[in-house]
Design a protein. Structure first.
Length: 270
């Protein structure tokens, strides 16, 4: 059975959202594997550079390649540029995204569109642009970071849930289509992970939430999360649920939907 040290060895891997949180910790974990070459992308260049320095200190080849996932019109071109950096991309980890902290009724449609552009459309543009060379090379792996909010509805996350649900539909279809071409697809659905995602979440005014949610602060350590993700990816799992006790809600929703809806009103959105 493949392990991260064997599966990722000598692979060229592109990670979006690599400046902090899960993406950064995935990059650092991968940088310890022999022969790995990394392309690190996000908007925040200084933080990307810090991630890259840590990865380089572990012996990995590493290129900082800033992108803005909201600028979806440029992403096909940017993906082709990313491929050219090392001549190919073996594995893409579509991890960049943005969350939400506002009730549906108070959320302007502009926020819904922004979250959908960043969390959903950016990933499928990158995926469609990178797939042809993966098919030509006879190998590829597409990993996307969804959320347990992509498995069920969650208060104050309507736009976020919509984008993450959309990811499930798209990447489940893609997985079926690509199996005969040696292209794997993995959907990662974290629960509460101790990252700064709540700080940058959009409020009803379109401004950052700017607060660490108590539940987020008590979430699974991001480095532990990253290692669990990489173990699952190495096994080519189609879905990886990662978190703590909150993951039980996914299983309740799938097996006992009526019970889930009874419990849902008691969910603390923070």
């Amino acid at each position: 059975m493949a392990t991260p040290s064997t599966y990722f060895k000598n692979r060229i891997i592109w990670i979006t959202g690599a400046s902090s949180g899960i993406g950064k910790n995935i990059a650092v974990a991968l940088s310890k594997i022999e022969g790995v070459s990394l392309i690190l992308s996000a908007r925040r260049v200084e933080k990307l550079e810090a991630t890259a320095e840590e990865c380089k200190s572990n012996g990995a080849k590493c290129i900082v390649y800033p992108i803005d996932l909201e600028q979806t019109d440029s992403l096909e071109y940017k993906t082709n540029e990313a491929i050219a950096l090392f001549g190919k991309i073996d594995i893409v980890i579509n991890n960049g995204g943005i969350s939400q902290r506002s009730l549906t009724i108070e959320t302007p449609i502009a926020n819904d569109r922004k979250i959908m552009e960043i969390d959903y459309f950016s990933t499928i543009i990158i995926t469609k642009a990178v797939l042809p060379q993966m098919i030509q090379n006879g190998f590829g792996h597409i990993i996307v970071t969804s959320s347990i909010s992509g498995c069920f509805g969650f208060p104050q996350r309507s736009a976020y849930c919509a984008a993450k649900h959309a990811m499930y539909g798209f990447y489940e279809a893609l997985d079926i289509e690509m199996r005969s071409k040696n292209i794997a697809v993995t959907i990662v659905s974290p629960g509460r992970i101790n990252t700064d995602i709540s700080l940058s979440a959009l409020t009803k005014n379109g401004t950052p939430h700017g607060e660490m949610d108590p539940g987020q602060a008590k979430g699974l350590d991001a480095s532990i999360c990253a290692n669990r993700i990489l173990k699952g990816v190495a096994k080519k799992k189609h879905e990886i649920l990662v978190g703590k006790g909150e993951l039980i809600m996914v299983h309740i929703y799938r097996k006992f939907p009526r019970l889930f809806h009874l419990l849902a009103t008691k969910i603390n959105p923070t």
